[in-house]
Design a protein. Structure first.
Length: 306
């Protein structure tokens, strides 16, 4: 007589599950249709955390069982019918009628733009890395139409930065399709939107007070100081170089903002250590590059401002 094994046999050809379909469906505020919500499973060694980059992006180490996992792609959803895409919570929060009407009018444009960069995506299946990239780009285009009361500028900043990361992952996973080019474009967009977020906040045009998590990745919330840091970092790494006097002017402004982070950081244990370490490194890089400004007689103070 055969005995039942204490552990069920695992079919070696069966792909381990990374995600699941939630029992609760999501309702699109634009077309009022329900659609399935896909969420990532987090246990069982799926998320093997690796190093943190200077862009505050957490790399995940592929495992033998699950392979490469990309948790970021599950943070947004997209309606398969009208292709509106948001962070999941905003499907419930965004109710402004002018916003919803603008999104309805822009439906065909969203579909066309996304298909140009990420062809053959599918919003109904278990998402692939390409599908995730398409959803994020749909979200970037969707938030363009969203009322300022929902902090769309900041959300477009974080989405653009994540899109750059995802495009770099795509370029590694499927080389030969030139996804490194849109990655550069999205880095540039991220720099613009992070800078504009700070401008809008300080001028009281658009508040980010209601933003619960500033990311930029899913593992930690680096808060408002993270926004200041990333604005400076993206300008330093991906900002324009055609007009060097303008570049030096922006770097000097960012250096001063970073210096203020140090002043707060020394007396506050609440600030994340990795942010302070990366901010210190960025401050040193900005100081070094700004020394070049003196060679073209630009008046910038490169003294230590700590």
């Amino acid at each position: 007589m055969l005995r039942k094994s204490s552990k069920p046999e695992i079919d070696p050809d069966k792909k381990p599950k990374i995600s699941y379909w939630s029992k609760t469906k999501c309702t699109c505020p634009c077309c009022r249709r329900d659609f399935e919500k896909e969420e990532m499973l987090t246990g069982g060694g799926r998320m093997n955390a690796g190093d943190l980059t200077d862009e505050l992006h957490r790399n995940f180490i592929p495992s033998e069982r699950f392979g490469a996992v990309f948790p970021l792609i599950y943070s947004v959803g997209a309606c398969p019918r009208c292709h509106v895409a948001f962070f999941w919570k905003d499907f419930e929060l965004i109710k402004d009628q002018a916003t919803l009407e603008a999104l309805r009018d822009d439906e065909e444009n969203r579909k066309k733009q996304v298909s140009t960069i990420f062809p053959h995506y599918d919003l109904s299946r278990e998402r692939t890395l390409l599908d995730g990239a398409a959803m994020y780009y749909l979200a970037l285009l969707s938030y363009e139409k969203v009322d300022l009361g929902y902090a769309p500028t900041f959300k477009r900043a974080m989405i653009s930065l994540r899109l750059a990361w995802i495009c770099n992952d795509l370029n590694t996973k499927i080389p030969g399709y030139n996804f490194d080019y849109p990655a550069k474009v999205f880095y540039s967009k991220a720099g613009f939107f992070y800078e504009q977020t700070l401008i809008n906040e300080t001028s009281r045009v658009e508040t980010i007070a209601k933003v619960a998590n500033f990311g930029p990745d899913i593992d930690k919330n680096y808060g408002y100081d993270g926004v200041i840091y990333l604005s400076g970092l993206l300008e330093y790494k991906y900002g324009q170089r055609a007009d060097m006097p303008m570049r030096y002017k922006k770097l000097d402004e960012n250096k001063r903002a970073i210096a203020r982070i140090f002043g707060l950081g020394k007396s506050s244990k609440a600030k994340p250590g990795p942010l302070l370490e990366n901010a210190r490194a960025l401050y040193d890089k900005l100081t070094e590059e700004l020394k070049e400004a003196k060679t073209i007689n630009l008046d910038f103070d490169d003294d230590d401002e700590e």
